[in-house]
Ligand binder design. Structure first.
Ligand SMILES: [Zn+2]
Length: 314
């Protein structure tokens, strides 16, 4: 049985696995056996690590939800003033402040030109694909875009009774120029992604192959146009996520309805202000929807063979 005495041996282990820190001491395990070292960690190091963790949370929450970072800062302030130190208690404070900020954003954002897509849409043929988009404040659009999305879903439900059009990522509630990652262009309220329509044995409604509507990619057939083939960009939002593909539901793209949606956006939608639609070239060819406003987004932007992106003019 190894012991603390082993740490005093003259040969130091080449590799050590950090086991954790308790009360300012670090415990490590070597690759040659269970050798435990006890090292004093200075309080200033711990304070620095805690500050770095807080900064990381702040950045992640801001990037993911926009107003979550502000709720996090408010939580630090409230916890300090009210002397709240327990983790669970601070989490409860954060969740309360975040929920209050989310409700407040629904009321305030329209004053700045962004309207939330409804989180509870009842019998409307336009729904958010997941409550997550509401929870993360990623469901804001301009009035013009909301009118187009409503009209598109109405058209689809009329042409294909029972059809529900599912909205995915839209925009954050505030600040033009603040991107909704990984969609760099979703920064001004004028952009919306909608899910593809799918079929199992029959047409499916309100369901997508992937749990969040994204990343279940349609694969190109042989000879289809593949402008990004052979590229290996390091800095890119074009993620292929091959390991995820077998996990998604084995449903097929409903070509008829997906094509009808793109055609409506290119005709009636265009008259209402639609200026661009993004889908991958191989899919535009397969659906025969290649036209002036169906565009390719480029090789560093997210793939568009798992959803349709459209945007309205200013
Ligand atoms: Zn988009």
């Amino acid at each position: 049985m190894p012991s603390l005495a082993a740490a005093k041996l003259p040969f130091a282990p080449a590799l050590r696995l950090r086991l954790g820190t308790r009360g300012g001491v670090a415990r490590t395990k070597s690759n040659t056996g269970l050798i435990v070292n006890v090292v004093n960690e200075k309080p200033s190091h711990r304070a620095g690590a805690a500050l770095a963790r807080k900064a990381l949370f702040l950045v992640l929450l801001t990037l993911l939800t926009q107003i979550g970072g502000i709720a996090f800062l408010a939580t630090i302030g409230v916890s300090y003033v009210a002397k709240i130190s327990g983790r669970l208690a601070r989490l409860a404070v954060f969740l309360s402040l975040y929920a209050a900020a989310t409700v407040a954003a629904h009321q305030v954002a329209p004053l700045f030109g962004r309207i939330p897509l409804p989180c509870f849409s009842g019998n409307s043929p336009l729904k958010l694909q997941s409550p997550l988009y509401c929870v993360l404040n990623r469901n804001y659009v301009t009035g013009d875009l909301l009118r187009v999305a409503d009209a598109l879903s109405g058209h689809m439900a009329g042409a294909f009774p029972g059809t529900v059009t599912l909205a995915l990522d839209a925009n954050f509630p505030f600040l033009d120029g603040f991107p909704l990652l990984p969609h760099l262009s979703h920064s001004d309220g004028r952009k919306l992604d909608i899910a593809f329509y799918y079929r199992g044995k029959a047409a499916l409604n309100g369901q997508t192959r992937s749990p969040i509507g994204y990343f279940a990619f349609e694969q190109a057939s042989a000879g289809a146009p593949l402008p990004c083939d052979g590229r290996n960009d390091l800095l890119t939002f074009r993620w292929n996520l091959r390991f995820l593909q077998p996990l998604f539901a084995d449903w097929h793209l409903d070509e008829e309805r997906t094509k009808a949606a793109v055609q409506w956006l290119s005709s009636d939608g265009r008259k209402m202000g639609v200026e661009k639609i993004f889908i991958e070239p191989h899919l535009a060819k397969r659906l025969a929807v290649d036209n002036g406003i169906v565009r390719f987004q480029g090789c560093r932007a997210a793939r568009h063979d798992d959803h349709i992106h459209f945007q309205v003019a200013e």
